[in-house]
Design a protein around this ligand. Structure first.
Ligand SMILES: [Fe+2]
Ligand SMILES: [Fe+2]
Length: 372
């Protein structure tokens, strides 16, 4: 029986803006949030390190650790100047016709304030997402039945602690305010953590959330003119590339033994995750804080001429990785069809992340340069 959009994502039309915006964070003052995880913690008595690719990744992780304190924190960040320089990051281009939109009367003051809020929001969501990764990866240490994967995941736990640390420190010392977690991101993280099947943690976190993070960090790293965040992102990306590889390598093996019905469930989960992440990037909380009509603002963003390019780029790692895992074409190409509807299928033949981590290892490159 086919699962409907309603059942998977809570609405029939993926592009129903009203339904997307109806999902909001109603508990912005909460200080802690509990999710019940039903998964079993698994001991393995097989200590043989038999999975060569995972072993190689583990060895790489051990020598690629870095210390957040070594970043150039003394850098002076002028947030308004960054907002002006990074305007392209916000998806608005000079040639857009904003007549009749909430932005019609915006001058430099409003655009700069929007840029500043957008930075605060973006880095806050990165930080919350990193905490999600920290929790998911600690969970994988417990639930995955393979010793090589437990070893590797333990290095990722340390990486993610460092990532939460650097984003929190950047927000506290260089920016001008925090945002609570976006409701779409929260819903996705909750679903990933609550799922009792260990491979679903990998699919949700390592393949989907981290695949998107790797692309988003890469985009921001390329666009930004601010040297501290540039280096911070470059270092975080070195780690993220390994994390995505960890997901792809592990699932490639595990999916071999799954039935068609089980693979179909994975396809649906990948689709749900893709929609949640796309929805989160509409940054509805920023529009709210700017005091504009959120629905009208999001409509403009949705229809911006550069939107398909930007949105597509965010999925440029996810789609090839799903293809490599066989998720695109299983069940008569069900996920291929869904990704086509989301407008991201054109990335299917971009480089997947099974091996990319070796070329993205900036930490090793810097160490070699320092020795030379
Ligand atoms: Fe991370
Ligand atoms: Fe990560």
């Amino acid at each position: 029986m086919a699962t409907t959009n309603e059942e998977m994502i809570g609405r029939a039309d993926v592009n129903d803006i009203g339904a997307i915006l109806a999902v909001t964070n109603t508990d912005v003052d909460e200080v802690a949030h509990a999710v019940r995880a039903e998964a079993d913690a698994i001991f393995t008595w097989d200590y043989e390190q038999s999975r060569k690719a995972l072993h190689k990744l583990y060895e790489k992780a051990k020598t690629s650790q870095w210390n957040a304190n070594d970043l150039p924190w003394e850098t002076d960040v002028d947030q308004e100047a960054v907002a002006v320089a990074n305007r392209a990051l916000n998806g608005f281009t000079d040639d857009m016709d904003l007549k009749g939109t909430p932005f019609e009367k915006w001058g430099d003051k409003e655009w700069i304030e929007f840029g500043v809020q957008s930075q605060n929001w973006t880095l806050s969501q990165f930080m919350h997402g990193e905490q999600g990764a920290l929790i998911c990866t600690a969970q994988i240490v417990e639930t995955v039945p393979w010793i090589d994967a437990k070893y590797y995941a333990s290095t990722q736990v340390m990486d993610e602690a460092r990532h939460v640390e650097v984003f929190a420190r950047y927000l506290d010392t260089k920016l001008s305010g925090h945002y609570p977690i976006n409701a779409h991101l929260k819903m996705l993280l909750d679903d990933i953590i609550a799922d009792s099947r260990w491979d679903m943690t990998y699919l949700g976190m390592q393949v989907m959330v981290e695949g998107l993070a790797l692309a988003a960090f890469g985009f921001m790293h390329q666009m930004t003119t601010e040297p501290l965040i540039k280096q911070l992102l470059r270092y975080v990306m070195s780690d993220e590339a390994r994390h995505v590889a960890f997901g792809v390598l592990s699932l490639q093996e595990y999916y071999q033994q799954l039935s068609a019905a089980e693979i179909r469930e994975r396809q649906e989960f990948a689709f749900e995750a893709a929609v949640r992440m796309r929805d989160r990037f509409l940054q509805q909380e920023v529009w709210e804080r700017m005091g504009v009509d959120v629905g009208e603002a999001v409509k403009v963003v949705f229809n911006a001429p550069d939107r398909p390019i930007f949105q597509g780029l965010l999925f440029s790692k996810i789609v090839p990785n799903c293809k490599k895992l066989g998720l695109l074409d299983a069940a008569d190409g069900w996920l291929r069809q869904k990704f086509t509807e989301l407008g991201v299928i054109q990335y299917e033949d971009w480089v997947d992340t099974g091996e990319e981590y070796t070329t993205l290892d900036e930490v090793a490159k810097d160490r070699e340069a320092a020795v030379a």
